[in-house]
Structures are given as C-alpha cells and as structure tokens.
Design a protein around this ligand. Structure first.
Ligand SMILES: Cc1cc2nc3c(=O)[nH]c(=O)nc-3n(C[C@H](O)[C@H](O)[C@H](O)COP(=O)(O)OP(=O)(O)OC[C@H]3O[C@@H](n4cnc5c(N)ncnc54)[C@H](O)[C@@H]3O)c2cc1C
Length: 341
C-alpha cells in the first residue's frame, strides 16, 4: 500500500512550462464504447472473429480499437464496466478502490507476492488504468535500445500522440504538489525538466490521465477510437483456456480460440478465422497464468499440477520481477477460476 501511495503522490508531481505536445482537453467521460459492450451471458455459445483479445485492460483496449479499423475483434474481460463501479472514474475514489474489500468482482483484485508484498491488479474494463495513479510518461531510450525490437520510430511517435490527445492531460498543481516539487529540487533531484512527457533524469512535471476536474480517463476510453461496429467487448467473461490446434501441420501449433465462462457459469467457445490470432493482454500475471492453464509452460511444473502439456516452454511463469533490487516472485498455481489466483 505504501508503494501505491507513493505512486499516487508522484502522479501529482506535475505542470509548468508546457512543451509542444497535443494533449487532451478536459471533458466529461465518453461512454460511446458502451455500444460495443455486452454481458458475456448475451453472447452466443460459439462464435468466430478475426482477432480475440483476452483482457480488456490498459494494453487490450487500444489494441482492440486499432485492430477494429480493419477486422472483427472480440475482447474478453473478466471484470465489469467502469459505470458499474463509478468510483474508478474520479480521483476522489482512488484510495477507496484500493482499500475496498475484494469480493471477487470488485475492480481491485488483491494478491500477495511470494515474499509477502500486498499488491492489487485490475479487474474491470480498462484494467489497472482504472485504478492506478494516472501518471503518464513516455518510455525511456534504454527501453527501446534494450528491447530487441526494430522500432519504427515514426509509428511509435504517432501511437503516443494517438493516446495523448485522447486521455492525457496537464493541470494546475495544488499547493501540496508545488511544495513537493520544490522540495525535490531543493533535495538535489535535478535538473528541473519543467513539463515534459519524455522520460528524463531529474524532476519533471508530466501528463496525467486525470483531467483538471479530477475525472479519470482510463484506457477504456481508447475503445472509442475504434470502429465500434467491428468491435464486440464481453464483460464478466472469464477466459479459462486457450484452444490450440496442430491439425493442418503437426509441427506448427497455433491458437485457434478460447474457452470462457459467463457469470451464469455457462461455457462459451470463440474461434479465430484462418490467419486470425488470439492475443493475450491479461496483464503481467494473467497472461502467463492463462498459458500455464492451457498447457504451455515448464513440463515438470505443469505435470505436478496434472495439466496436460501442450507445449514445453521453461520460461512461462518465471522471471516475474518488477525491480532487480526488489525481486518479487509470483507463484503460479492451478485454478479453475482465473479470478482466484
Ligand atoms: C496501485 C497502482 C498504481 C499504479 N500507478 C501507475 C501510474 O501512475 N502510472 C503508470 O504508468 N503505471 C501505474 N501502474 C502500473 C500500470 O497500471 C500497469 O502496468 C498497467 O495498467 C498494466 O497494463 P496491462 O494491460 O498489462 O494489464 P491490465 O491493465 O491489468 O489489464 C489486464 C486485464 O486482463 C483482465 N484479465 C486477466 N485475466 C483474465 C482472464 N482470465 N479472462 C478475462 N480477462 C482477464 C483483467 O481483468 C484486466 O482488466 C500502477 C499499478 C498499480 C497496481
């Protein structure tokens, strides 16, 4: 909780000297995306799409919006809509979200890391962006250089702007925030970088997904940038397993669909068309967990949990650590309900 509070405070270390970036203008929440949102109970027991995205969170929502420009897309999110938990929609509700008792449906799923650190992860359409401190910054150069990806920098720039002009804001610092900013500079956390979205050493004022009225504009609002007719978003859709097939070519295993449960406990199957893809964006814990439940992972570990091995990969579920100096290991366990891990 101390880490969450620190992030919350850091998210308000904001403002002055605006750099020339196109940011969003303060506005009411835009719920247009709700035209595409359905309870999983209303979806057919079997259906086919170009793309299936597991997890309608911070990564899943913008990805779904982008793919929907050309393809039919199904997003499967285990949580509810933000409107069902309105306190996720403003800054005043932030601490309540984090402290609220976890009843298995509430937006903050509590869990404890192997070394005893109490943490939360998002369980709501928009994912952890509906709970977090709202601090927005671009990635640092080291991330690009060490990622092993040949980035198209122009596309990266466009992608940042696509997000920034919709859900990233600047706003006036409160007295407390100004004092904190001054304090950091006096303590030698320099240079003073003014306002910038770039990831720089020193003190800076950055963007926020809270507007100047304290309204949270999480990743869920990026769904509005998609082609809503091509987009189907199922909430309270618990993905239990990925369906793999090797029927066309035995040496090449591919994900052809998923099995998910609705809130009435009914099992649904969704499949992708030829050349379609199942994309996991269920979070740093949810995605490997689902691979393990689907039989992809270290053979000994899967066998010890009586999970039939589909594909051996010793790395799945390992190396989950946020900071090399604070090595947090999460234990992967077998569960039938992904909510309970
Ligand atoms: C308290 C807190 C404060 C933070 N503050 C900041 C901040 O200020 N700035 C910042 O940049 N980052 C912050 N972060 C980190 C940031 O929010 C996360 O890194 C980011 O949201 C992760 O995005 P994601 O798409 O990987 O996962 P998520 O946004 O968590 O999305 C995963 C989604 O998948 C769904 N899901 C999981 N399993 C299944 C399943 N089996 N079936 C269906 N759906 C499933 C989940 O319900 C969830 O909605 C904070 C995090 C926390 C916890």
């Amino acid at each position: 909780m101390a880490a969450a509070l620190l992030l919350f405070l850091l998210s308000y270390i904001l403002h002055p000297q605006l750099e020339a970036v196109a940011l969003a203008t303060s506005s009411d929440h835009d719920f247009s995306y709700m035209k595409s949102v359905h309870s999983a109970t209303d979806l057919p027991l079997e259906d086919v799409y170009d793309y299936i995205i597991v997890g309608g969170g911070t990564a899943g929502c913008p990805l779904a919006a982008t793919l929907s420009e050309k393809y039919s897309v199904l997003v499967l999110e285990r949580g509810s809509t933000p409107a069902a938990y309105p306190q996720v929609l403003n800054a005043n509700g932030m601490l309540n979200n984090l402290l609220q008792e976890d009843d298995g449906k509430t937006p903050a799923q509590r869990f404890v890391s192997k070394d005893g650190v109490k943490v939360v992860r998002g369980r709501i359409l928009g994912g952890t962006s509906m709970l977090n401190g709202g601090f927005f910054s671009r990635a640092d150069d080291q991330f690009y250089n060490e990622s092993g990806v040949d980035w198209d920098k122009d596309m990266v720039e466009k992608a940042y702007q696509w997000v920034e002009d919709t859900i990233v804001f600047s706003y006036n610092l409160s007295t407390f925030q100004s004092i904190l900013r001054k304090g950091l500079l006096q303590a030698g956390v320099g240079p003073d970088n003014g306002f910038t979205l770039q990831h720089l050493v020193g003190t800076k004022t950055s963007g926020s997904t809270f507007d100047d009225q304290g309204r949270r504009h999480g990743a869920v609002e990026l769904l509005n940038k998609g082609v809503l007719n091509n987009l189907r978003v199922a909430v309270e859709a618990y993905v239990e397993r990925i369906i793999f097939s090797s029927s066309n070519n035995a040496s090449r295993l591919s994900a052809t669909g998923v099995i998910y449960k609705d809130s009435k406990g009914r099992t649904h199957r969704a499949f992708v068309k030829d050349k379609g893809e199942v994309i996991l964006s269920a979070g740093a814990i949810g995605s490997p967990q689902l691979l393990l439940l689907s039989g992809v992972g270290p053979v000994a570990h899967l066998s010890s949990l009586h999970i039939p091995v589909v594909y051996s990969n010793p790395d799945v579920g390992n190396f989950i650590a946020d900071n090399p100096r604070n090595n947090i290991n999460i234990v992967a366990v077998r569960v039938s309900d992904p909510n309970s891990c």
